[in-house]
Write a protein that binds this ligand. Structure first.
Ligand SMILES: C[S@@+](CC[C@H](N)C(=O)[O-])C[C@H]1O[C@@H](n2cnc3c(N)ncnc32)[C@H](O)[C@@H]1O
Length: 431
Protein backbone atom coordinates (compact mmCIF):
# COMPACT_ATOMS: atom_id res chain seq x y z
CA UNK A 1 0.00 0.00 0.00
CA UNK A 2 1.15 3.55 -0.61
CA UNK A 3 1.39 5.85 2.44
CA UNK A 4 -1.78 7.58 1.20
CA UNK A 5 -3.63 4.25 0.85
CA UNK A 6 -2.70 3.44 4.45
CA UNK A 7 -4.22 6.73 5.51
CA UNK A 8 -7.36 5.83 3.58
CA UNK A 9 -7.43 2.50 5.42
CA UNK A 10 -7.13 4.25 8.78
CA UNK A 11 -10.05 6.55 7.92
CA UNK A 12 -12.16 3.52 6.95
CA UNK A 13 -11.22 1.74 10.18
CA UNK A 14 -12.18 4.79 12.27
CA UNK A 15 -15.47 4.97 10.36
CA UNK A 16 -16.13 1.31 11.23
CA UNK A 17 -15.50 2.14 14.91
CA UNK A 18 -17.84 5.13 14.72
CA UNK A 19 -20.58 2.95 13.18
CA UNK A 20 -20.50 0.54 16.16
CA UNK A 21 -19.85 2.79 19.15
CA UNK A 22 -20.75 0.17 21.80
CA UNK A 23 -18.53 -2.58 20.43
CA UNK A 24 -14.89 -2.99 21.53
CA UNK A 25 -12.50 -1.61 18.93
CA UNK A 26 -10.32 -4.72 18.76
CA UNK A 27 -13.31 -6.85 17.74
CA UNK A 28 -14.26 -4.31 15.05
CA UNK A 29 -10.66 -4.17 13.79
CA UNK A 30 -10.55 -7.96 13.65
CA UNK A 31 -13.63 -8.04 11.39
CA UNK A 32 -12.36 -5.07 9.39
CA UNK A 33 -9.10 -6.77 8.42
CA UNK A 34 -10.74 -10.15 7.91
CA UNK A 35 -12.93 -8.55 5.25
CA UNK A 36 -9.80 -7.04 3.65
CA UNK A 37 -7.41 -9.94 3.48
CA UNK A 38 -5.51 -8.19 0.69
CA UNK A 39 -4.01 -5.87 3.33
CA UNK A 40 -0.71 -7.53 4.29
CA UNK A 41 0.89 -7.62 7.77
CA UNK A 42 3.05 -4.48 7.47
CA UNK A 43 0.25 -2.42 5.99
CA UNK A 44 -2.17 -3.72 8.58
CA UNK A 45 0.14 -2.53 11.34
CA UNK A 46 0.56 0.87 9.71
CA UNK A 47 -3.21 1.30 9.28
CA UNK A 48 -3.86 0.19 12.88
CA UNK A 49 -1.10 2.40 14.30
CA UNK A 50 -2.55 5.46 12.65
CA UNK A 51 -6.14 4.66 13.63
CA UNK A 52 -5.17 3.75 17.24
CA UNK A 53 -3.06 6.91 17.40
CA UNK A 54 -6.19 8.94 16.68
CA UNK A 55 -8.21 6.88 19.19
CA UNK A 56 -5.55 7.35 21.89
CA UNK A 57 -5.46 11.10 21.39
CA UNK A 58 -9.22 11.36 20.95
CA UNK A 59 -9.93 14.03 23.60
CA UNK A 60 -7.15 16.35 22.43
CA UNK A 61 -7.84 15.97 18.72
CA UNK A 62 -11.56 16.58 19.27
CA UNK A 63 -10.74 19.72 21.24
CA UNK A 64 -8.57 21.02 18.41
CA UNK A 65 -11.13 20.24 15.73
CA UNK A 66 -13.94 21.96 17.64
CA UNK A 67 -11.71 24.96 18.25
CA UNK A 68 -11.23 25.09 14.49
CA UNK A 69 -15.00 25.21 14.07
CA UNK A 70 -15.67 21.65 12.85
CA UNK A 71 -17.21 18.55 14.39
CA UNK A 72 -14.92 15.50 14.43
CA UNK A 73 -15.36 12.88 11.69
CA UNK A 74 -13.06 9.90 11.00
CA UNK A 75 -11.48 11.81 8.14
CA UNK A 76 -10.90 14.95 10.21
CA UNK A 77 -9.55 12.93 13.15
CA UNK A 78 -6.95 11.36 10.87
CA UNK A 79 -6.18 14.72 9.30
CA UNK A 80 -5.70 16.27 12.75
CA UNK A 81 -3.50 13.35 13.83
CA UNK A 82 -1.30 13.69 10.76
CA UNK A 83 -0.88 17.44 11.16
CA UNK A 84 -0.67 17.83 14.95
CA UNK A 85 1.10 14.63 15.96
CA UNK A 86 2.93 13.28 12.94
CA UNK A 87 3.65 16.80 11.64
CA UNK A 88 3.00 15.71 8.08
CA UNK A 89 1.80 17.94 5.25
CA UNK A 90 -1.61 16.51 4.33
CA UNK A 91 -1.93 17.92 0.81
CA UNK A 92 0.13 15.17 -0.83
CA UNK A 93 -1.72 12.45 1.09
CA UNK A 94 -5.27 13.70 0.56
CA UNK A 95 -4.67 13.81 -3.18
CA UNK A 96 -7.80 12.12 -4.49
CA UNK A 97 -5.60 9.78 -6.54
CA UNK A 98 -6.29 6.05 -6.75
CA UNK A 99 -6.50 4.49 -3.21
CA UNK A 100 -5.66 7.86 -1.61
CA UNK A 101 -8.24 9.79 0.42
CA UNK A 102 -10.34 12.32 -1.50
CA UNK A 103 -8.70 15.70 -2.00
CA UNK A 104 -9.11 18.18 0.86
CA UNK A 105 -12.02 20.56 0.54
CA UNK A 106 -11.44 24.26 1.08
CA UNK A 107 -12.87 23.96 4.63
CA UNK A 108 -10.59 21.02 5.44
CA UNK A 109 -7.60 22.87 4.05
CA UNK A 110 -8.45 25.74 6.40
CA UNK A 111 -8.57 23.32 9.35
CA UNK A 112 -5.22 21.83 8.39
CA UNK A 113 -3.77 25.34 8.15
CA UNK A 114 -5.17 26.26 11.57
CA UNK A 115 -3.57 23.16 13.12
CA UNK A 116 -0.23 23.38 11.33
CA UNK A 117 2.70 24.02 13.68
CA UNK A 118 0.53 23.96 16.83
CA UNK A 119 1.58 22.11 19.95
CA UNK A 120 -0.81 19.31 20.78
CA UNK A 121 -1.33 20.79 24.25
CA UNK A 122 -2.76 24.28 24.36
CA UNK A 123 -3.01 26.54 27.43
CA UNK A 124 -6.77 26.94 26.92
CA UNK A 125 -7.38 23.19 26.86
CA UNK A 126 -9.53 22.01 29.77
CA UNK A 127 -7.95 19.55 32.20
CA UNK A 128 -9.72 16.46 30.85
CA UNK A 129 -8.51 17.04 27.27
CA UNK A 130 -5.06 18.12 28.46
CA UNK A 131 -4.70 14.82 30.34
CA UNK A 132 -6.42 12.91 27.54
CA UNK A 133 -9.14 11.69 29.88
CA UNK A 134 -12.90 11.60 29.32
CA UNK A 135 -14.92 14.09 31.41
CA UNK A 136 -17.03 11.35 33.00
CA UNK A 137 -14.01 9.67 34.63
CA UNK A 138 -12.11 12.81 35.64
CA UNK A 139 -13.61 13.29 39.16
CA UNK A 140 -12.96 9.67 40.13
CA UNK A 141 -9.42 9.68 38.79
CA UNK A 142 -8.67 12.99 40.53
CA UNK A 143 -9.90 11.45 43.77
CA UNK A 144 -7.77 8.34 43.21
CA UNK A 145 -4.53 10.03 42.23
CA UNK A 146 -4.53 13.64 43.49
CA UNK A 147 -1.25 15.28 42.47
CA UNK A 148 -0.07 12.12 40.72
CA UNK A 149 -2.91 12.35 38.17
CA UNK A 150 -0.84 13.85 35.30
CA UNK A 151 1.76 11.08 35.62
CA UNK A 152 -0.87 8.35 35.81
CA UNK A 153 -2.86 9.87 32.93
CA UNK A 154 0.26 9.85 30.80
CA UNK A 155 0.94 6.21 31.69
CA UNK A 156 -2.68 5.32 30.88
CA UNK A 157 -2.17 6.87 27.44
CA UNK A 158 0.98 4.84 26.82
CA UNK A 159 1.34 1.37 25.42
CA UNK A 160 1.34 -1.72 27.63
CA UNK A 161 4.09 -4.35 27.75
CA UNK A 162 3.17 -7.96 27.14
CA UNK A 163 2.84 -9.79 30.46
CA UNK A 164 2.82 -13.56 30.67
CA UNK A 165 1.99 -15.94 33.47
CA UNK A 166 3.99 -19.12 33.68
CA UNK A 167 1.70 -22.09 34.20
CA UNK A 168 3.32 -24.02 37.03
CA UNK A 169 1.14 -27.01 36.11
CA UNK A 170 3.38 -27.34 33.03
CA UNK A 171 6.80 -26.07 34.11
CA UNK A 172 8.70 -23.39 36.01
CA UNK A 173 9.55 -19.76 35.37
CA UNK A 174 13.06 -20.84 34.36
CA UNK A 175 11.87 -23.49 31.91
CA UNK A 176 9.47 -20.96 30.40
CA UNK A 177 12.23 -18.34 30.07
CA UNK A 178 14.46 -20.92 28.39
CA UNK A 179 11.68 -22.14 26.07
CA UNK A 180 10.90 -18.58 25.00
CA UNK A 181 14.59 -17.72 24.52
CA UNK A 182 14.90 -20.81 22.32
CA UNK A 183 12.35 -19.21 20.00
CA UNK A 184 14.09 -15.83 20.08
CA UNK A 185 11.64 -14.25 22.54
CA UNK A 186 13.37 -12.39 25.32
CA UNK A 187 11.39 -12.06 28.50
CA UNK A 188 12.29 -11.07 32.04
CA UNK A 189 10.72 -11.85 35.41
CA UNK A 190 7.91 -9.43 36.27
CA UNK A 191 8.53 -7.42 39.46
CA UNK A 192 5.73 -8.65 41.75
CA UNK A 193 4.12 -11.83 40.49
CA UNK A 194 6.14 -14.94 41.33
CA UNK A 195 4.92 -16.48 38.06
CA UNK A 196 5.08 -13.36 35.89
CA UNK A 197 7.21 -12.62 32.84
CA UNK A 198 7.35 -9.36 30.95
CA UNK A 199 8.21 -8.75 27.31
CA UNK A 200 8.85 -5.31 25.88
CA UNK A 201 7.50 -4.57 22.41
CA UNK A 202 5.51 -6.79 20.10
CA UNK A 203 6.25 -10.48 19.93
CA UNK A 204 4.33 -13.16 18.05
CA UNK A 205 3.52 -15.01 21.25
CA UNK A 206 0.51 -17.04 20.13
CA UNK A 207 2.63 -18.98 17.64
CA UNK A 208 5.32 -19.78 20.25
CA UNK A 209 5.52 -23.42 21.37
CA UNK A 210 5.52 -22.35 25.03
CA UNK A 211 2.13 -20.74 24.44
CA UNK A 212 0.64 -23.51 22.36
CA UNK A 213 1.67 -26.13 24.90
CA UNK A 214 0.01 -24.18 27.73
CA UNK A 215 3.28 -23.40 29.52
CA UNK A 216 2.53 -19.68 29.37
CA UNK A 217 -0.64 -17.61 29.37
CA UNK A 218 -1.03 -13.97 28.39
CA UNK A 219 -2.11 -12.15 31.56
CA UNK A 220 -1.34 -8.71 32.93
CA UNK A 221 0.73 -8.88 36.11
CA UNK A 222 -1.99 -7.01 38.04
CA UNK A 223 -4.51 -9.63 37.02
CA UNK A 224 -2.12 -12.37 38.17
CA UNK A 225 -1.87 -10.70 41.57
CA UNK A 226 -5.65 -10.68 42.01
CA UNK A 227 -5.64 -14.45 41.61
CA UNK A 228 -2.58 -14.64 43.87
CA UNK A 229 -4.11 -12.73 46.82
CA UNK A 230 -7.25 -14.89 46.58
CA UNK A 231 -5.01 -17.50 48.20
CA UNK A 232 -6.72 -20.54 46.69
CA UNK A 233 -4.94 -23.65 47.98
CA UNK A 234 -4.96 -27.34 46.98
CA UNK A 235 -8.16 -29.10 48.04
CA UNK A 236 -10.26 -25.96 48.43
CA UNK A 237 -13.72 -25.32 46.99
CA UNK A 238 -13.52 -22.10 44.96
CA UNK A 239 -16.06 -20.05 43.00
CA UNK A 240 -14.92 -17.64 40.31
CA UNK A 241 -18.20 -15.82 39.94
CA UNK A 242 -17.43 -13.57 36.94
CA UNK A 243 -14.98 -15.89 35.25
CA UNK A 244 -15.34 -14.61 31.67
CA UNK A 245 -12.89 -16.49 29.46
CA UNK A 246 -11.21 -17.93 32.55
CA UNK A 247 -8.01 -15.86 32.84
CA UNK A 248 -8.11 -15.86 36.63
CA UNK A 249 -9.67 -19.32 36.91
CA UNK A 250 -6.54 -20.71 35.25
CA UNK A 251 -4.31 -18.95 37.75
CA UNK A 252 -6.47 -20.17 40.66
CA UNK A 253 -6.27 -23.76 39.38
CA UNK A 254 -2.51 -23.37 39.31
CA UNK A 255 -2.23 -22.16 42.93
CA UNK A 256 -4.48 -25.12 43.83
CA UNK A 257 -2.09 -27.48 42.02
CA UNK A 258 -5.14 -28.83 40.18
CA UNK A 259 -6.53 -30.21 43.48
CA UNK A 260 -9.93 -29.30 44.91
CA UNK A 261 -12.69 -27.83 42.74
CA UNK A 262 -13.28 -24.47 41.04
CA UNK A 263 -16.58 -23.45 39.52
CA UNK A 264 -16.18 -20.77 36.89
CA UNK A 265 -19.48 -18.90 36.49
CA UNK A 266 -20.50 -16.20 34.07
CA UNK A 267 -23.59 -14.88 32.31
CA UNK A 268 -21.88 -15.19 28.91
CA UNK A 269 -21.97 -18.63 27.27
CA UNK A 270 -19.36 -17.78 24.58
CA UNK A 271 -16.92 -16.58 27.25
CA UNK A 272 -17.39 -19.73 29.29
CA UNK A 273 -16.83 -21.90 26.19
CA UNK A 274 -13.57 -20.00 25.67
CA UNK A 275 -12.68 -20.72 29.30
CA UNK A 276 -13.31 -24.46 28.88
CA UNK A 277 -10.98 -24.55 25.85
CA UNK A 278 -8.29 -22.74 27.83
CA UNK A 279 -8.60 -25.20 30.75
CA UNK A 280 -7.81 -28.04 28.36
CA UNK A 281 -4.75 -26.32 26.86
CA UNK A 282 -3.39 -25.41 30.31
CA UNK A 283 -3.84 -28.92 31.69
CA UNK A 284 -6.41 -27.73 34.24
CA UNK A 285 -8.74 -30.52 35.28
CA UNK A 286 -10.20 -29.25 38.55
CA UNK A 287 -12.42 -26.55 36.98
CA UNK A 288 -15.99 -26.73 35.73
CA UNK A 289 -18.10 -23.99 34.18
CA UNK A 290 -21.58 -22.88 35.12
CA UNK A 291 -23.68 -20.49 33.03
CA UNK A 292 -25.67 -18.18 35.32
CA UNK A 293 -29.14 -17.67 33.92
CA UNK A 294 -32.02 -15.48 34.96
CA UNK A 295 -33.66 -16.89 38.10
CA UNK A 296 -30.76 -19.32 38.55
CA UNK A 297 -30.76 -21.01 41.96
CA UNK A 298 -27.18 -22.24 41.67
CA UNK A 299 -25.86 -19.75 44.23
CA UNK A 300 -28.82 -20.14 46.62
CA UNK A 301 -28.28 -23.91 46.73
CA UNK A 302 -24.60 -23.49 47.58
CA UNK A 303 -24.85 -21.00 50.42
CA UNK A 304 -21.69 -20.91 52.58
CA UNK A 305 -20.01 -23.79 50.75
CA UNK A 306 -16.92 -22.09 49.34
CA UNK A 307 -13.49 -21.44 50.87
CA UNK A 308 -12.77 -18.73 48.33
CA UNK A 309 -15.10 -16.65 46.17
CA UNK A 310 -13.66 -14.31 43.58
CA UNK A 311 -15.92 -11.57 42.21
CA UNK A 312 -13.95 -10.12 39.29
CA UNK A 313 -16.75 -7.71 38.57
CA UNK A 314 -17.78 -6.18 35.25
CA UNK A 315 -16.56 -2.57 35.35
CA UNK A 316 -15.78 0.48 33.23
CA UNK A 317 -12.26 -0.84 32.62
CA UNK A 318 -10.60 2.53 33.30
CA UNK A 319 -7.46 0.63 34.31
CA UNK A 320 -7.12 -1.00 30.89
CA UNK A 321 -7.03 2.09 28.71
CA UNK A 322 -3.46 1.35 27.58
CA UNK A 323 -4.79 -1.80 25.90
CA UNK A 324 -8.30 -0.55 25.10
CA UNK A 325 -7.95 3.16 24.40
CA UNK A 326 -11.41 3.23 22.80
CA UNK A 327 -13.05 2.32 26.15
CA UNK A 328 -12.50 5.92 27.29
CA UNK A 329 -15.12 7.08 24.84
CA UNK A 330 -17.22 3.93 24.55
CA UNK A 331 -18.20 4.22 28.23
CA UNK A 332 -19.91 7.13 29.95
CA UNK A 333 -21.42 8.35 33.22
CA UNK A 334 -24.54 6.26 32.66
CA UNK A 335 -22.44 3.08 32.24
CA UNK A 336 -20.62 3.88 35.46
CA UNK A 337 -23.93 4.15 37.35
CA UNK A 338 -25.29 0.93 35.83
CA UNK A 339 -22.10 -1.02 36.45
CA UNK A 340 -21.84 0.18 40.05
CA UNK A 341 -25.37 -1.14 40.68
CA UNK A 342 -24.49 -4.46 39.05
CA UNK A 343 -21.26 -4.78 41.06
CA UNK A 344 -23.23 -4.25 44.26
CA UNK A 345 -25.67 -7.02 43.29
CA UNK A 346 -23.00 -9.55 42.25
CA UNK A 347 -20.98 -8.91 45.39
CA UNK A 348 -24.03 -9.72 47.53
CA UNK A 349 -24.49 -13.01 45.64
CA UNK A 350 -20.81 -13.83 46.07
CA UNK A 351 -21.03 -13.18 49.81
CA UNK A 352 -23.74 -15.81 50.25
CA UNK A 353 -21.40 -18.47 48.89
CA UNK A 354 -18.57 -17.91 51.38
CA UNK A 355 -18.05 -20.36 54.26
CA UNK A 356 -17.40 -19.07 57.78
CA UNK A 357 -13.67 -18.31 57.84
CA UNK A 358 -13.59 -18.19 54.03
CA UNK A 359 -12.49 -15.27 51.84
CA UNK A 360 -14.44 -13.10 49.43
CA UNK A 361 -12.27 -11.21 46.96
CA UNK A 362 -13.80 -8.26 45.14
CA UNK A 363 -11.78 -7.07 42.13
CA UNK A 364 -12.10 -4.67 39.21
CA UNK A 365 -9.88 -3.38 36.43
CA UNK A 366 -11.09 0.11 37.20
CA UNK A 367 -9.36 2.88 39.13
CA UNK A 368 -12.54 4.77 40.02
CA UNK A 369 -13.25 4.77 43.79
CA UNK A 370 -16.97 4.50 43.01
CA UNK A 371 -16.36 1.00 41.61
CA UNK A 372 -13.69 0.10 44.17
CA UNK A 373 -13.41 1.35 47.76
CA UNK A 374 -16.97 2.69 47.83
CA UNK A 375 -18.37 -0.67 46.74
CA UNK A 376 -16.40 -2.30 49.53
CA UNK A 377 -17.58 0.28 52.10
CA UNK A 378 -21.23 -0.23 51.09
CA UNK A 379 -20.82 -3.98 51.14
CA UNK A 380 -19.23 -4.06 54.60
CA UNK A 381 -21.91 -1.75 55.99
CA UNK A 382 -24.61 -4.19 54.80
CA UNK A 383 -22.71 -7.42 55.68
CA UNK A 384 -21.36 -7.20 59.23
CA UNK A 385 -20.19 -10.82 59.12
CA UNK A 386 -17.37 -9.71 56.78
CA UNK A 387 -14.24 -7.71 57.58
CA UNK A 388 -11.27 -6.59 55.48
CA UNK A 389 -8.20 -8.79 55.49
CA UNK A 390 -5.49 -6.17 54.86
CA UNK A 391 -3.35 -6.71 51.78
CA UNK A 392 -0.18 -7.45 53.78
CA UNK A 393 -1.98 -10.26 55.67
CA UNK A 394 -3.66 -11.63 52.53
CA UNK A 395 -0.26 -11.62 50.80
CA UNK A 396 1.42 -13.47 53.64
CA UNK A 397 -1.42 -15.96 54.11
CA UNK A 398 -1.36 -16.74 50.39
CA UNK A 399 2.33 -17.62 50.81
CA UNK A 400 3.52 -14.97 48.35
CA UNK A 401 7.19 -13.99 48.43
CA UNK A 402 8.52 -10.53 49.33
CA UNK A 403 6.41 -7.52 50.16
CA UNK A 404 3.11 -6.67 48.49
CA UNK A 405 2.97 -3.73 46.09
CA UNK A 406 1.65 -0.98 48.37
CA UNK A 407 0.87 -0.48 52.01
CA UNK A 408 -2.85 0.23 52.05
CA UNK A 409 -5.53 -2.30 52.99
CA UNK A 410 -6.32 -3.06 49.34
CA UNK A 411 -4.39 -4.13 46.26
CA UNK A 412 -4.24 -1.07 43.99
CA UNK A 413 -2.08 -1.47 40.89
CA UNK A 414 -1.51 1.45 38.54
CA UNK A 415 0.32 1.90 35.23
CA UNK A 416 2.68 4.63 36.46
CA UNK A 417 3.51 3.06 39.84
CA UNK A 418 3.68 -0.60 38.90
CA UNK A 419 3.84 -0.77 35.10
CA UNK A 420 0.66 -2.87 35.06
CA UNK A 421 -2.87 -2.09 34.02
CA UNK A 422 -4.96 -0.47 36.75
CA UNK A 423 -6.48 -3.00 39.13
CA UNK A 424 -8.20 -2.99 42.49
CA UNK A 425 -8.83 -5.91 44.85
CA UNK A 426 -10.20 -6.14 48.38
CA UNK A 427 -9.91 -9.36 50.36
CA UNK A 428 -12.68 -9.85 52.95
CA UNK A 429 -13.09 -12.62 55.47
CA UNK A 430 -16.37 -14.01 56.73
CA UNK A 431 -16.02 -14.26 60.52
C1 LIG B 1 -13.84 -8.37 34.26
S1 LIG B 1 -14.70 -9.55 33.36
C2 LIG B 1 -14.05 -11.05 33.95
C3 LIG B 1 -12.68 -11.37 33.49
C4 LIG B 1 -12.20 -12.74 33.93
N1 LIG B 1 -12.39 -12.97 35.33
C5 LIG B 1 -10.74 -12.97 33.56
O1 LIG B 1 -9.89 -12.96 34.46
O2 LIG B 1 -10.46 -13.18 32.38
C6 LIG B 1 -16.29 -9.52 34.04
C7 LIG B 1 -17.19 -10.65 33.63
O3 LIG B 1 -18.42 -10.53 34.37
C8 LIG B 1 -19.42 -11.12 33.61
N2 LIG B 1 -20.72 -10.72 34.19
C9 LIG B 1 -21.52 -9.67 33.89
N3 LIG B 1 -22.63 -9.68 34.65
C10 LIG B 1 -22.53 -10.76 35.47
C11 LIG B 1 -23.36 -11.32 36.48
N4 LIG B 1 -24.50 -10.74 36.80
N5 LIG B 1 -22.95 -12.44 37.11
C12 LIG B 1 -21.78 -13.03 36.78
N6 LIG B 1 -20.94 -12.55 35.82
C13 LIG B 1 -21.31 -11.42 35.18
C14 LIG B 1 -19.14 -10.64 32.21
O4 LIG B 1 -19.73 -11.49 31.25
C15 LIG B 1 -17.60 -10.69 32.18
O5 LIG B 1 -17.16 -11.89 31.61
Amino acid sequence: MTPAARVSGAIDLLAALADQPRRPADAIAHDFFRARRYIGGGDRRAVSDLAWGAVREHARLVWWLRRSGVEPTPRLMVLAHLVLIERRAPGAIFSGERYAPAALTAAETAVAEALRGQDLLHPAMPLAARLNLPEWALPGLEERFGDALPREAEALSGTAPLDLRVNLLKGTRDTALAALAGEGILAEPAPFSPWGLRIAGRQPISSAKAYQSGLIEVQDEGSQLIAAVTGAKPGMRVADLCAGAGGKTLALAMTMANKGRITACDVSAPRLSGAARRFARAGVDNAETHLLEHGDRWAKRRAQQFDRVLVDAPCTGTGTWRRNPDARHRMGAEDLRELAAKQHEILAIGAELVKPGGLLVYATCSLLPEEDERQVDNFLAAHPAFSVLPLASAWEQAGLPGAPPGEGPYLVMTPARHGTDGFFAAVMRRG
